[in-house]
Design a binder for this molecule. Structure first.
Ligand code: NAI
Ligand code: MG
Length: 499
């Protein structure tokens, strides 16, 4: 089955053995000996078994990270050497890009054209961007007016042992977003990938070993959120938690972190408005609106799941989108022609299907798409048809909650003030899009939106150099860019009496 799809020769070898965890530079079984299965969401076939880490394993990993931070060569290493190691890791990812892309697609379901041309190269870019920062993390001097004569300067020091927990929608890329800045700033790490998609992180662990990072600098514990994840969040010797995932779990983390008042940064959900004004270039806005919701099966925190369209062009936009949707090729992500793969898991399939039913019950209309019938070939995997709801009210569940699937609500609006107010009427504030040829209006709306990112005549772009994060319940802190350095360093102010 796998060979028909031209799998990279390393992959069958990699999957043949149950996967172990990386702790203190060694590949180890879980203390309990337990394992869990990871599946191919396109076929529901078991890919391999993975060590099921829990509290004990987290504790071992935290100890290894603490030792590496306190006494290991990592903290004593010259910045240019740390930088070189991170560059080396990026090179290794690039050299193994085909294999990593297929592995990502097998574990997550996403089309290989996306994993190969988005996830893997963006991960490389991310490591390179932060490799460049290592030699540029500086302090400042301050002209203090205190009586006497002082040199006052700051140092930016690493925070220490950092716990990082990520979701399953961009497994390797999320690992890069987390690991790259934390490493650049000199921290040591206990990393927990999502239980649905551990494989590329484990392959990354092999590349981390190959690059030559000292033991204990990056530890990878695979396991479930409620056990391994929770133990990491509660651990008294973890100095910071960085989390990407649901707002629900983000709130749990804020509560649990209080034990030792560890620092917390969070990238959470979104219900992102994408606004098309009547004067927009529709030849660009419509394909972008489709990509905004159907890229990565809609399993994207920035997905443009609320599409606001000025009433004058509403029918035109809907019919153009409907026509384009019929052409989207659903299938096994390993096929190069596939444009949309399955959702990641049975659980996610059920969640998205439930939202489709709730939408109908509350009176919205399925304009195109809807529940997948059981008889098709695709029912072997966790597939959902690209779906558009019309007749949606802002108060409906499908217009308020994050669905995290290929389900779009299209809502008409009448004027600028109306649409700003409705766009902002959300507990989330992660991302938004504005489409118009009127420059003044574009800036006015961009300024008024309560959102960590606003794209004007574009949608969905991220870049290692540009800050990313959420307003309101979409998160705490800004990853990427120089702002991520704030998340992974602490400032020490030093006073030297020079009288
Ligand atoms: P989740 O938030 O439960 O899982 C994300 C990560 O957190 C995983 O590694 C998981 O093992 C871990 N985790 C779960 N419970 C934990 C706990 N109590 N303590 C520490 N770590 C814990 O997300 P899930 O259940 O996979 O998806 C549910 C919904 O969350 C999705 O439908 C979507 O709406 C949203 N979500 C949002 C993401 C985003 O990027 N904003 C990513 C993934 C999910
Ligand atoms: Mg969960």
């Amino acid at each position: 089955m796998h060979n028909e799809l031209n799998l990279h020769p390393n992959i069958p070898k990699f999957l043949a053995q149950p996967k172990r965890m990386l702790i203190n530079g060694q590949w180890v079984e879980s203390t309990s000996g337990k394992q869990f299965e990871t599946l191919n969401p396109a076929t529901r076939e078991v890919l391999t078994k993975v060590a099921e880490g829990d509290k004990e394993d987290i504790n071992c990993a935290v100890q290894a990270a603490r030792k590496a931070f306190a006494e290991g060569p990592w903290s004593r290493m010259k910045p240019n050497e740390r930088s070189r190691l991170i560059y080396k890791l990026a090179d290794l990812i690039e050299q193994n890009a085909d294999e990593l892309a297929q592995l990502e697609t097998l574990d997550n379901g996403k089309p290989v054209r996306e994993s190969r041309y988005v996830d893997i190269p963006s991960s490389c870019e991310h490591f390179r961007y932060y490799a460049g920062w290592v030699t540029k993390i500086t302090g400042e001097t301050f002209p203090v007016s205190a009586p006497g004569n002082f040199l006052n300067y700051t140092r930016r020091e690493p925070i220490g042992v950092v716990g990082q927990i990520v979701p399953w929608n961009f497994p390797l890329l999320m690992a890069a977003w987390k690991l790259a800045p934390a490493l650049a700033c000199g921290n040591t790490i206990v990393f927990k990938p999502a239980e649905q998609t551990p494989l590329t992180t484990l392959r990354l662990g092999e590349l981390i070993q190959e690059a030559g990072f000292p033991d204990g600098v990056v530890n990878i514990v695979t396991g479930f959120g409620e056990t391994a994840g929770a133990a990491l969040v509660k651990h008294e010797d973890v100095d910071k938690i960085a989390f990407t995932g649901s707002t629900e779990v983000g709130k749990i983390i804020v509560g649990e972190a209080k034990g030792n008042l560890k620092k917390v940064s969070l990238e959470l959900g979104g219900k992102n408005p994408n606004i098309i004004f009547a004067d927009a270039d529709l030849s660009k806005a419509i394909p972008a609106a489709l990509a905004a919701i159907f890229f990565n099966q809609g399993e994207v925190c920035t997905s443009g799941s609320r599409l606001y369209v000025e009433r004058k062009i509403y029918d035109q936009v809907i019919s153009a989108m409907t026509e384009a949707i019929q052409k989207i090729k659903l299938g096994n992500g390993l096929m190069p022609s596939t444009e949309m793969g399955p959702l990641v898991s049975e659980e996610q399939l059920k969640r998205v299907n439930d939202y489709i039913e709730i939408g109908q019950k509350e009176g919205a209309e399925i304009y195109v798409g809807g529940l997948q019938s059981d008889e098709t070939e695709l029912s072997k995997g966790y597939f959902v048809k690209p779906t558009i709801f019309t007749n949606v009210d802002d108060q409906m569940t499908i217009a308020k909650e994050e669905i995290f699937g290929p389900v779009l609500s299209v809502l008409p609006f009448d004027n600028t003030d109306d649409v700003i107010c409705r766009a902002n009427h959300s507990t989330f504030g992660l991302a938004a899009g504005v489409w118009t040829k009127d420059v003044s209006k574009a800036h006015r709306v961009a300024n008024a939106l309560e959102s960590g990112t606003v794209w004007v005549n574009a949608y969905g772009l991220t870049d290692a150099a540009s800050p990313f994060g959420g307003y309101k319940q979409s998160g705490i802190g800004r990853e990427m860019g120089s702002t991520a350095l704030d998340l992974y360093t602490q400032i020490k102010s030093i006073w030297v009496n020079i009288d």
